[in-house]
Write a protein that binds this ligand. Structure first.
Ligand code: NDP
Ligand code: 2IT
Length: 449
């Protein structure tokens, strides 16, 4: 048998050939394959069964046309997708992203990551992802509704409570989920939990909106506590100002940390006085109701500075929480974090750090928790929403929060178990190995399919 680096080269060159031009997908697979290859070579049963080759080929991909009419009566055409990546350990599960940058490569990277993330939650959830190159920004509510209805008219035939359960992601929040689920229900005449992130009144779970951001902070707290430290008075950089960023900031404030920044695709606001509960409430109203831009914060609160076109990472702080999008921490950003003595990065977003950035952070012994472990709280509470729907009950917010905390603590324990390299916890390796073993053993149990 070859050694790990030869095997990795061979595997990646085949993957690139089979999936040309899909840079984000290559990046996500390479990160996983790098940390898994030595483990796979140590376990011949996985190598012989070609688990990694099988796991990087989606079960199926659905691509469809989405036609809708804008408010001026113009006909618009978008492309919709659902990547049903693996239903090995449960029905396909993962969000829908509506953003102009959506491509097959982005959805394959997200779907692939989702398989591992969902495995880590210990819930019976497979991996999938979908979305469209539709931009909800600047669209009226009625335009968004017409788009969602058209999108669901096709998607409905491919999903269902025991088949594939979509949820939100970038550009898909409470409003979009309402329209999507309304159309699903209308077409199927069935009130099943075929989507998560639903409003509480029609089957949603308490704490689902909070779950990803809160879970990410719980993970950081576990990582710090493992090093004998806590969140009290830690200065924090948060990027993004959407669902994940808002609740990440909220939990940080509750636990006594100081949130210095938030951002959107226009730039970053830096508030040296800290974003407190009142200011965060103002941001929520700005983003969720008025759908405004973060620049307005600096006009509202004179203590803050607006850094146009900039990310938060050059500002000195103890901790970093990238909660916006993929590849938002590049090598130069990682160098800035390191030179400012940032001690830990916990990824609220999916793959927000490039491979070069991760290598630099890990080499500098910055604690680094990858998205598939750190942001698993969102899909975990989606899983709990499915459970509550099946049982026809609602759990209290405290009950869901306790379960979320337990799941995050368990993921942390598994990362430490499989990623302990002596004086440094390699959370990337820990998360990948822990998630992989369960999926790989299940695939072996199924035989050749
Ligand atoms: P939202 O749409 O609510 O918010 C996204 C935020 O990121 C906005 O502030 C947006 O700014 C910013 N953003 C998006 N694209 C870019 C870009 N290309 N450059 C700079 N900023 C950008 O999405 P979520 O908060 O739900 O998702 C954020 C991240 O968390 C994503 O990576 C998502 O996959 C991940 N995630 C989400 C989960 C969830 O439960 N929602 C669960 C697990 C992970 P702007 O408004 O200007 O576009
Ligand atoms: O990336 C993610 O885990 C999500 N967008 C949430 C998926 C879900 O099914 O709740």
């Amino acid at each position: 048998m070859n050694n790990a680096s030869t095997e990795l080269k061979h595997f990646m060159s085949g993957l690139r050939k089979r999936n040309p031009g899909e840079a984000e997908f290559h990046q996500a697979v390479e990160e996983v394959a790098m940390s898994l290859m030595p483990f796979i070579l140590d376990h011949e049963k996985y190598y012989k069964a070609r688990i990694l080759e099988r796991l990087t080929e989606p079960d199926r991909i659905i691509i469809f046309r989405v036609c809708w009419e804008d408010d001026l009566g113009n006909l618009r055409v978008n492309r919709g997708y659902r990547v049903q990546f693996s239903n090995c350990i449960g029905p396909y599960k993962g969000g829908l992203r509506f953003h102009p940058s959506v491509s097959l490569s982005i959805l394959k990277f997200l779907g692939f990551e989702q398989i591992f993330k969902n495995s880590l939650t210990t819930l019976p959830l497979g991996g999938g992802k979908g979305g469209a190159n539709f931009n909800p920004k600047g669209k009226s509510d009625r335009e968004v509704m017409r788009f969602c209805q058209s999108f669901m008219t096709e998607l409905t035939r491919h999903i269902g409570a025991d088949i594939d359960i979509p949820a939100g992601d970038i550009g898909v929040g409470a409003r979009e989920i309402g329209y999507l689920y309304g159309q699903f229900k209308r077409l199927n005449n069935r009130h099943t939990g075929a989507i998560t992130g639903k409003g509480f009144d029609y089957g949603g779970s308490l704490m689902r909106p909070e779950a990803t951001g809160y879970g990410c902070v719980y993970m950081m707290r576990e990582a710090l506590s493992h090093e004998g430290d806590d969140l009290e008075n830690k200065s924090c950089l948060v990027s993004g100002s959407g669902n994940v960023a808002q609740f990440c900031a909220e939990k940080l404030i509750q636990l006594g940390a100081r949130v210095l920044t938030m951002s959107d695709s226009g730039g970053t606001i830096y508030d040296p006085d800290g974003i407190n509960e009142d200011k965060l409430m103002w941001i929520k109203e700005l983003k969720n109701s008025r759908r405004g831009r973060i620049v307005e914060y600096a006009k509202q609160f004179p203590s803050a500075e607006y850094l146009e076109g900039k990310r938060p990472w050059a500002i000195p702080a103890n901790l970093a929480f990238p909660c916006a999008t993929q590849n938002e921490i590049e090598a130069d950003d990682a160098k800035a974090l390191i030179s400012n003595s940032c001690r830990a990065v916990c990824e609220g977003a999916n793959m927000p750090s490039t491979k070069e950035a991760i290598d630099l952070l890990q080499a500098a012994k910055v604690t680094f928790v990858p998205g598939k472990a750190a942001n698993a709280g969102g899909v975990a509470v989606s899983g709990l929403e499915m459970t509550q729907n099946s049982m026809r009950i609602h759990w209290s917010a405290e009950e869901v929060d306790q379960r979320l905390l337990g799941i995050m603590q368990n993921i942390h324990r598994k990362c430490v178990k499989y990623g302990n390299d002596g004086d440094y916890i390699d959370y990337v390796k820990g998360a990948n190995v822990a998630a992989f073993s369960k999926i790989a053993d299940t695939m072996l149990a199924y035989g050749v399919i």
